[in-house]
Each structure stands twice: as C-alpha cells, then as structure tokens.
Design a protein around this ligand. Structure first.
Ligand code: BDP
Length: 696
C-alpha cells in the first residue's frame, strides 16, 4: 500500500458488530437533485458504504427503514417536510446537519444543509464516523466552519518545481492541461472537500506573470472546472509587475490610471474563464519581489488597486505581511508590524492581510505575530506552513497540530485575557466579516502526496482546524490514525502519543529554549548555527542567537530591539521578565548568561545540552514505538516510516552534536556529566555544510 488513498480508505471494517450495526442503520441511499456536487456526494457515499460494510448500496427513491437521505430543503421535498429551517439558518452556506430521525414512522438518517456543498461536507463527516467506528444510531450533529476562506497555498512554479516542496514535483501538469484531467486532480479535490478546505492558490507567491496570460488561463479554467463540484475555488498569485512584463506598460504604479485599467481588464478576462475565480494572493516588496513601494506607494495602495479589479465579482485579495529588508537592521521581527500597523483601516473591504504565524519565518517555535490583535479594522488571515521547510523537510515525522494550536490559542491580551489569536482570525474579536486561513501545501506528485506518510496528517489537521479551531490535537490525530491505518487501540495509543510529542521533540533537537533561525543557509536543511558574514545580516544565524562567551539569546526587551513593545502590555509584562517568560520563549526574548539558572535548577548551558540530548533520545523512542506496531500496518507503509525514522534519528543527533559543539565554543563549559560525548569535532560538521562559505 503506497498511501495514495490518504485518509479516504474504505476497506471492509474488521469489527463484525460495527459492520452489522451500520448495515442495519443504513439500508438505502435516498438522494434528490442531480447537481455535480450532489452527484459526487452520492458517488462517495456509495463507494464508501459498500466498501466499509461489504454490501452494495444503491440509490432509491422511496424511503424505507434505514434510509440515508441527503439533500437540501430546496431540492428534497422529504427534507423540506422536516421543517429544519430553525436549525439550518445559523449554519450558513457551508454548515450541515446530520440527524437520526423518522420519516413516515420509519427510522432514517438525514444529511442536510443550506447548499449542496454543505451536503457534501456533511457526507464526508458522516463517513468519518463510520471510518472511526462511532455509534451512528442516535445522531444529532450540527456543524459550521468558524472561518470562511480555508485555503491551501501551493508554492508551485510553472516548470513544476515546487518552492520548499519535498514530495516530488508539482501536481499541476501544465503541459498536458487543459485537455488532460489527471485523476489526481479529482482525488486532490475530494481530499480537500473531506476536510472542508474550499480554496486553492495554484501558484507560487514568488510569482510568474505568465500564469495571467491566455495560454495559462485556459489551463486554470480546466482545473477550476474539475474542482468546482467539490467546492474548491481557484486563486492565483499576482506578480505586481505583470502590467509591464506581459502588458507592455511602462509602469506598475498602483495609482496610475492605465495600470488600474490593465488589472481591471485582466480580472475581467480571468472571470470570463473562471466565473467563480476567488481572487489574488500577493507577495510584494519582500525578498526582492516587486511591489507598490517601488513607486513610493504603500501596501494599501497596492492591495486596493487589485481589490477594486475583482470586487464586482466577489473576489478577494490576500496581501501578505511577510515583508522584510535591510531597512530594519536591529530586528527583522519588527518590520511587518512597523509597515502594516499604520495602514489599519485603509484597506478595501475585500482585502485580507495574510500574516505568518510568527514574526520571523515558520520556525519550529515562534511566539505569535504581533500584528494579530493590532489591526482591529483590517481582517487578518493566518498563514501556516504545512510543508516542513524548517521542520526537517520530508524526512522528519512531525505532527504540526500542536504548533498550529499553540499559535491559535495564544493570548494577545488586546481586549483583556482570552483575546486569543483564534478569535482574531475567526473575526469574533474585532467583528471581521471576511475571515481566512491559509496553509502552505506540502503536496507534490509523490504517490503518497506528501513525501512522508505522516505529512498527510498535517494536511488533514490544517483542514480540520480551518473548519473548527477548537478541535484538539489529540482528537485530530485520533481521527487521522483510525482512518489512515486501523482502529486497533494497541496501534492508536502509542502512535498517537508519538505524534503528539513529535513537535516538541523536534524543537528540542533543533531550537530549544526559544532559539531560532540557526538552520543551514538557503536550503534550510540541517544545523547551521555558525552561518555568518552573508550579504544580509538577517540571513545569518549569528544575528539570531547572538552567542558570545558571555551568554546567548536575542534581547527583544527595552534594553535590546524592543520588539516586545509591539505586543499588548499584559504580554510585555509576562514575557519581558526572564523569570516569568515561558521557558520555551526564553532566548527569543532574552539574552542571558550561560550560568543563568532556569526552572529545573540547572544552568542555562546545562539545560540547553539536556534539551538537545532529550530531543535526540526521543527520536530513538519514536523508532521503537513504530517498531512495536508492525503487526498492524502493511509492509510497504511500515517500512517507509521505519526507514524515515532511522534517518530522523541520525539527523536529530547531527543537530544535537553540531549545535552543542558550536555553542560550547562560547560557553567554554563541559557537556554535563551523564550525556555521551559527540563522536565528531565541530570542524567535521562545518566541513559537512556545503554552504558554509563565508561571504556567500
Ligand atoms: C521563506 C522561504 C521562501 C519563501 C518565503 C515566503 O524560504 O522560499 O519564498 O518564505 O514566504 O520561508 O515568501
């Protein structure tokens, strides 16, 4: 088994009692309407129910005992007669109900919603119940997404390379489009619909203007047509200089009348191919990308110009706040806030500012971005990275739900205790009407989609959280494991525990105690705490860890860069004092002496070493845990994970030894007693780093 089916595996349920219960509860499928969306819902239910229960299911027009009835009050007279308006109204266009009820005295199950897509979402939720072996005899489920736009960001280039993609090449085969619709496109859309994802940005934020030309737009249309039944809207990245590059204009100044007209016409052209086109995602004036600042304009000028071009069709603009350059030499962490906060209130209604979870760049651990809570008049959208650019790429098993949850549940304190980041992005704190969340996709053309089989869990939990950010990491891991592998407790319990611990383990062997950005230069793989003397200081590691014989850490308090001042006063109070600052963020906010005493009673140096060693040791335990599950997993998937865990253990030791040896050159202290000594010298690790050429 190569993992292609993701969590949508409908093999015969092993438990005979459950199978019987399901067969009794669902005897036939009653559908109404034949829209493309209801058709795929019906097909999915037929496929899944026959697979799971071993009994073929056919659509019937009459309601008998055990009927599964799907549809909306508009297209199903049976559902209309149930008078569910009071329950359905609050659920919006995407929400759904799953109810055990009676029709003409017959016990039935109903999946209904205000729209066909809601019915599809409800159908997938219903199947999840069966796949995870829940009781389905007395159902009363009502569910609606907390966030409106739940979007994957593909960083895919037109030549099929993927920026920071570790699962092969892009799944979009531009060469064969528009005529060839790969089955993968449909399976991709199905998988997304099954977790409620309703949008996809097809192209890299480091954008290529060619995607906006007719030759590509016909291909985009083909994808949009394939995705539409699954409720998946298509978005594109807009290269800010496109009017010059493909439009023949002399400028891309957002206030120039010709430029505005060019974008209006371009948007109209896109809508002529894709009538429900979602809008644009833009990276501007960041890492060399063109933007409004090239013309002395600001981010709002740029975003508003594009927003005006798509507004009449209901399109949105997602304008990224990931901006930095040499202008803020003391601390890159401050720049986005400095540039965006003054613009609060000056964006059009259909603009979302898309903010990465932390102020630097998708590190294994960062505090939440200070813009969350700081722009009450501008809808902010969360950007998480699903692809593991800084988290061991596709060789490390890291379940990222705890990382996402940590950010979402963090308290901004902007309106008193409990003003969480989640409440900012779901719109409830500042009454944003427009809400969104994005995940940078980890999907490629590898058979198993994500390179590492457990990378699928990150795609899964991103979608689930986008729908309902209150779900726990435990619950999502549980669902995913049951659907992807087996319902056997002897498997679920240890593997779930391993998943839940995996992110903390990675933090420990890479960047414990608030360290960050000490990875290999450019490729971002493996340790590189020694990186210095590059063309930009904020692309080095020494800029971030500031290790010296005296201590280590980035002072972001008022005695340092004062990035802390960008947070609410209550946050400043807690994080500004090393005694009360949560230890996991200690060296993010403070520069401390090597003999500073941490909570364990150890010196900072000893604690650092212990964390590195614990992290690496934990990977050894992960390997053992996996080994103990062999009886429950098919050989192909078992060996795949086993081999990757072997690699991960080597890499964890590599990180551990390289970092400890490097930081030891500053602390001048021995590795604490009881911890094995590294077998190699620091010089060995430096020579292994292909990019360690000072000055490049
Ligand atoms: C950085 C990646 C770079 C991306 C950039 C971004 O290294 O490849 O282009 O983020 O988000 O982390 O724009």
């Amino acid at each position: 088994d190569d993992g292609y089916r993701l969590w949508q595996r409908y093999d015969l349920l092993k438990n005979p009692q459950k199978r019987q219960q399901y067969q009794e509860n669902i005897t036939s499928l009653v559908t109404a309407g034949n829209s493309p969306t209801l058709t795929v819902a019906r097909q999915e239910l037929e496929l899944a129910l026959s697979g799971l229960t071993g009994k073929p299911f056919r659509t019937s027009t009459t309601v008998g005992t055990g009927a599964l009835i799907i549809g909306t009050p508009q297209n199903s007279p049976i559902i209309k007669n149930l008078n569910l308006a009071a329950k359905l109204n609050p659920l919006g266009p995407d929400g759904f109900l799953i109810l055990s009820t009676t029709v003409n005295g017959k016990k039935v199950t109903v999946i209904t919603a205000n729209s066909d897509i809601g019915v599809l979402y409800g159908s997938f939720q219903f199947l999840k119940l069966l796949q995870t072996q829940q009781d389905i005899s007395k159902l009363s489920i009502s569910s609606a997404p907390k966030i409106k736009n739940r979007i994957l960001n593909h960083w895919d280039n037109l030549d099929r390379t993927v920026e920071r993609g570790y699962a092969g090449f892009s799944i979009w085969d531009w060469h064969k489009l528009p005529d060839y619709i790969d089955q993968r496109y449909l399976d991709y859309a199905r998988a997304n619909a099954s977790i409620g994802i309703n949008g996809t940005v097809l192209t890299n934020v480091n954008a290529n203007a060619l995607i906006l030309t007719k030759d590509y737009l016909v291909k985009v249309k083909a994808l949009a047509d394939a995705f539409r039944p699954y409720g998946l809207k298509v978005y594109l990245t807009a290269r800010f200089s496109a009017p010059i590059e493909i439009g023949g204009l002399k400028t891309a100044d957002p206030l120039d009348a010709e430029v505005k007209t060019w974008w209006k016409n371009k948007a109209a052209e896109i809508y002529s191919y894709v009538p429900d086109f979602g809008g644009f995602l833009v990276k501007a004036n960041s890492e060399g990308q063109p933007g409004p600042q090239n013309y002395g304009r600001n981010h709002a000028d740029g975003a508003n110009m594009l927003a005006d071009a798509v507004a009449d069709k209901g399109g949105i603009v997602m304008w990224r706040a990931f901006v930095y350059d040499n202008k803020v030499p003391d601390d890159r962490a401050k720049q986005a806030f400095t540039e965006f906060k003054p613009l609060d209130g000056s964006f059009r209604k259909n603009v979302l500012v898309q903010v990465k979870n932390g102020p630097i760049d998708f590190q294994p651990r960062e505090p939440f971005h200070p813009l969350f809570g700081a722009m009450p008049k501008t809808p902010l959208m969360m950007e998480f990275q699903i692809t593991q650019e800084y988290l061991g790429q596709a060789t490390n098993l890291v379940y990222q739900a705890p990382l996402y949850k940590e950010t979402l549940e963090a308290d901004t304190y902007v309106q008193g205790t409990g003003s969480t980041v989640a409440k900012v992005i779901d719109g409830s704190l500042h009454q944003y009407q427009l809400t969104g969340i994005a995940g940078v996709a980890n999907i490629g053309n590898d058979r198993n989609w994500t390179g590492h089989l457990f990378g699928q869990a990150n795609w899964y939990c991103f979608g689930r959280l986008a729908w309902d950010h209150t779900l726990s990491s435990d619950k999502m891991a549980d669902e995913w494991l049951r659907m992807t592998f087996t319902n056997e407790e002897a498997f679920i319990k240890p593997v779930k525990a391993m998943m839940l611990q995996s992110r903390e383990t990675l933090v420990n062997y890479m960047t414990p105690l608030g360290l960050h950005h000490i990875m290999g230069y450019d490729h971002h793989y493996g340790p590189g705490p020694w990186i210095k003397d590059k063309k930009r200081a904020d692309w080095t590691s020494v800029y971030y860890h500031k290790a010296s014989p005296e201590g280590i850490g980035f002072d972001r308090t008022s005695t340092g860069s004062n990035a802390l001042s960008q947070y609410a006063p209550a946050f400043q109070q807690k994080f500004g004092n090393p005694q009360t600052c949560p230890e996991e963020f200690l060296l993010w906010f403070h520069h401390l002496k090597w003999d500073y005493k941490v909570k364990s009673g150890r010196s900072l140096w000893d604690e650092l070493c212990h964390r590195y060693y614990n992290g690496a040791a934990e990977v050894g335990k992960m390997r053992q845990t996996w080994q103990s599950t062999q009886a429950y997993v098919d050989a192909e998937r078992f060996n795949h994970v086993k081999m990757l865990l072997n690699i991960q253990e080597k890499e964890a030791r590599w990180w551990r030894d390289a970092c400890v040896l490097y930081f030891q050159t500053f602390s001048g202290k021995p590795i604490p007693a009881g911890l094995e000594k590294p077998t190699q010298t620091l010089d060995y690790y430096l020579k292994q780093d292909p990019k360690f050429v000072p000055g490049i």
